[in-house]
Design a protein around this ligand. Structure first.
Ligand code: SAM
Length: 248
């Protein structure tokens, strides 16, 4: 079944944008996922097609109106009731690879993109919306955040990445950053590839990679180690999986 992405935005012409290229673009062409955009202004009722108004209590900028957004959201929820509805906002819960996996395993994602100062808070209270942030910084609009979310999901859909196991060892999958990668030339600017990677000994290579993943996560992202505790063991590598299945 096609994984269905729908994006509600003031800028539908921005899509598919980067998602029309490479892995995601090919998968879109092959029908592995679909992308529909909705123009939020189509749900305005005045002749100026207004979607925003001044902030209650004063202050800079404009706020997206709950009534206009609710009409857009209700239309989408009626057409795709089974698909989770997400609003991109820096005030949302942080996006994680675990949530990306959950979304990718489901029927799709419906995404509401904010602009201006953001969305009238009452919309979040009145509709089943997951507020989601892609990081602790402020973008000018939710469209860029939607690209990030969709890219992360689409690459996990069956048939998108080359090998069926691709992605299982990547950063964040086992609560660790991934181990470092190297390729030819063997020597570059006086630096060589670690000898163990040329040994052909798959068990040794897997052990080295595990150790490197732990070491670099401790160094660069101690918060991940703290958060995942004993779940730090990365999933088995292709070689280790083969060894394990050969044993059983
Ligand atoms: N005034 C808001 C605040 O300080 O939380 C920021 C609004 S931002 C300028 C406009 C829109 O960009 C937001 O409504 C949201 O859709 C999107 N956006 C900005 N930063 C984001 C982030 N880190 N994650 C997800 N969406 C973001």
């Amino acid at each position: 079944m096609t994984w269905a992405a729908t994006v509600l935005t003031l800028y539908p012409e921005m899509f598919p944008g980067p998602l029309g290229h490479s892995l995601a673009g090919r998968a879109l062409g092959e029908g592995i996922w679909s992308l529909e955009t909705g123009q939020i202004r189509d749900f305005a009722t005045d002749r100026h097609r207004s979607v925003d108004d001044t902030p209650a209590g004063g202050g800079a900028g404009m706020v997206m109106r709950a009534d206009v957004l609710a009409r857009a959201v209700d239309d989408l929820l009626a057409r795709r009731p089974e698909v989770p509805l997400i609003a991109m906002t820096p005030r949302g819960r942080p996006l994680t690879q675990a949530y990306v996996r959950t979304l990718a395993a489901g029927p799709g994602a419906s995404i509401l993109c904010g602009r201006f100062e953001g969305i009238d808070e009452r919309l979040f209270e009145a509709r089943p919306i997951v507020p989601l942030s892609i990081g602790d910084y402020v973008l000018s609009g939710g469209e860029t955040a939607a690209f990030v979310l969709l890219d992360a999901c689409v690459r996990l859909l069956p048939g998108v990445m080359g090998a069926p196991t691709s992605g299982e060892e990547e950063s964040f999958e086992g609560g660790l950053l991934e181990y470092p990668h190297y390729t030819r030339p063997y020597e570059w600017e006086g630096r060589t590839i670690p000898e163990v990677l040329r040994s052909g000994d798959h068990a040794k290579i897997a052990a080295w990679r595990r150790a490197k993943a732990v070491e670099e996560t401790r160094l660069r992202r101690p918060d991940l180690i703290e958060r995942h505790g004993d779940a730090r063991r990365p999933p088995p590598s292709g070689a280790r999986r083969k060894e394990e299945s050969d044993k059983s």
